[in-house]
Design a protein around this ligand. Structure first.
Ligand code: G3I
Length: 453
């Protein structure tokens, strides 16, 4: 079993009670961040495929950064390269997060997918609410594309140049760009992007175009006509924001028809959402769905790879937008790999099976006063289940448990061991159990590393 490096050291956390409360969960998440023997990126590379994730720049430290760097060979900035982020007021640029992600990728030998240059959403207010003549709009768009693509020239492997240009019925979406410039804004954007960086692969990216349907056929016809006209177009991005159990039956056939047109296909934003709470049955179905998507990409030579839209359920857009839905990514909120993770590994030729110990304990200080504190430990399982549990840690600064609830705890010297109560030994796959305790402390109250077993 290969443990991911953790950027967190216990000593670095001993900075005061307030931060302990916040950071406790992060610290003990690290030992649980164990995954397949071979990282996904190595499995993917052996098949000549990309395995990517969307990332948030501010989170690229600690366990999040460790997993992003170790498991993936492509990164997509989730929001950092969008127009509202890079030019929030006209002529004032903010490249901080985009630069940070590109630097992280270079340091980890990863490719970057730029996302996105022309979209109807996440545009700055000054642009979206302005009144523009077609000539002004055209100049604004050309300047934007030239400025951003030139900034990262030679450093990005691909760009989602145009994002989501179609309605579900295959007609063009009514947007600032379409309404002002007509459908040819797409050809112009691609041409300007190619001029700014001839080495980046240029894509049109959309959702609900994974199977053969009216929208994907409109995309197909557009790409065909762009190629016939000699407009630079290298690939299509199929976002793949899917629903549990609903991978389109024509997924591979659809990928193949684009490949046959002479363009690459990338799965650019894969997530598979389910109605919460997650259950073992839903996680098993999700794993099958992830595998079906990966299998379809692996089966078509021109499918360059798969990017997940966030690798952990703690960094996913789904719960914010689809009320009651979530658990859409391959790692749970505590960075424990889910069955979907192992399904990806399997589809990429890995031989791993979920470890029996895919349960982790998260220790946190719920409240603290001058002589005592209330602690909480949450045991969560993903890809495994427990019928009884024991949780252990060592108190590093003389803390002493005085009382526990929902567990029986014993302390000998620094060593603490807590076992389940009669009624909460079962932790189902995808479920969790929490117990609490009061303890005395003085001097300092460092957060211990907790193990389940
Ligand atoms: O940064 C602000 C923060 O300061 C503020 O406190 C917070 C309050 O709501 O909002 C934060 O901004 C959010 C931003 O994500 C960063 O987290 C926006 O509200 C939120 O709308 C925005 O959502 C993004 C969404 O695009 C917007 O449509 C998601 O993160 C991003 O993952 C998502 O990505 C899109 C792809 O670009 C295109 N395909 C669909 C996909 C999912 O919508």
């Amino acid at each position: 079993m290969r443990s991911l490096r953790s950027g967190l050291s216990p000593a670095s956390l001993l900075t005061g009670a307030a931060t302990l409360v916040t950071l406790g969960a992060l610290l003990v998440a690290a030992p649980a961040a164990q995954a397949a023997d071979t990282p996904l990126r190595d499995l993917a590379a052996a098949k000549g495929k990309a395995i990517g994730t969307a990332v948030t720049g501010s989170k690229l430290t600690g366990t999040y950064g460790d997993i992003a760097g170790a498991q993936f060979n492509w990164l997509t900035p989730g929001n950092a390269m969008k127009w509202e982020t890079v030019e929030p007021s006209r002529g004032t640029y903010n490249w901080a997060e985009a630069d940070q992600i590109v630097a992280f990728a270079q340091a980890h030998n990863q490719q970057v997918r730029g996302h996105t240059l022309v979209w109807h959403s996440q545009n700055p207010g000054w642009l979206a609410n302005g009144t523009w003549t077609p000539a002004e709009l055209s100049t604004l768009l050309q300047d934007h594309i030239s400025t951003e693509v030139t900034r990262y020239k030679g450093r990005l492997a691909a760009w989602d140049v145009v994002n989501e240009p179609f309605n579900e019925d295959g007609t063009y979406r009514s947007t600032l760009w379409y309404n002002g410039l007509g459908a040819d804004y797409i050809a112009q954007a691609l041409t300007w992007a190619r001029a700014a960086d001839p080495s980046a692969k240029l894509y049109i990216n959309d959702y609900n175009v994974e199977g053969v349907n009216a929208k994907s056929t409109a995309l197909y016809n557009l790409v065909k006509s762009l190629k016939e006209r000699g407009v630079p177009i290298d690939g299509v991005g199929l976002q793949a924001h899917l629903i549990l159990g609903q991978v389109p039956a024509t997924f591979q056939q659809n990928i193949q028809r684009f490949a046959d047109l002479g363009v690459d296909v990338a799965i650019t934003e894969l997530d598979i959402r389910m109605q919460l709470p997650s259950t073992e049955a839903k996680l098993t179905q999700q794993a099958a769905d992830y595998k079906a998507v990966l299998d379809a990409c692996v089966a078509v030579a021109r499918c360059t790879g798969v990017t997940v839209w966030g690798f952990t359920d703690s960094d996913s857009w789904i719960p914010d937008v689809f009320t009651g839905y979530g658990a859409a990514t391959p790692y749970d909120e505590n960075y424990v790999p889910k069955p979907a993770y192992y399904a990806i590994a399997t589809a990429l030729g890995g031989t791993t099976t979920p470890p029996t110990g895919a349960c982790s304990a998260t220790y946190s200080v719920a409240s603290q006063w001058n002589t005592g504190f209330t602690g909480q430990v949450r045991i969560a399982c993903s890809g495994a289940a427990l019928s009884a549990w024991r949780v252990s840690w060592s108190f590093g600064a003389g803390q002493q448990i005085t009382q526990a609830w929902n567990a029986t705890c014993a302390q000998t010297g620094a060593a603490v061991s807590c076992v389940n109560a009669s009624y909460n030994g079962t932790v189902p796959n995808g479920g969790s159990v929490t117990f609490g305790f009061n303890a005395a402390w003085s001097g300092s109250n460092p957060v211990p590393v907790v193990t389940v077993g």
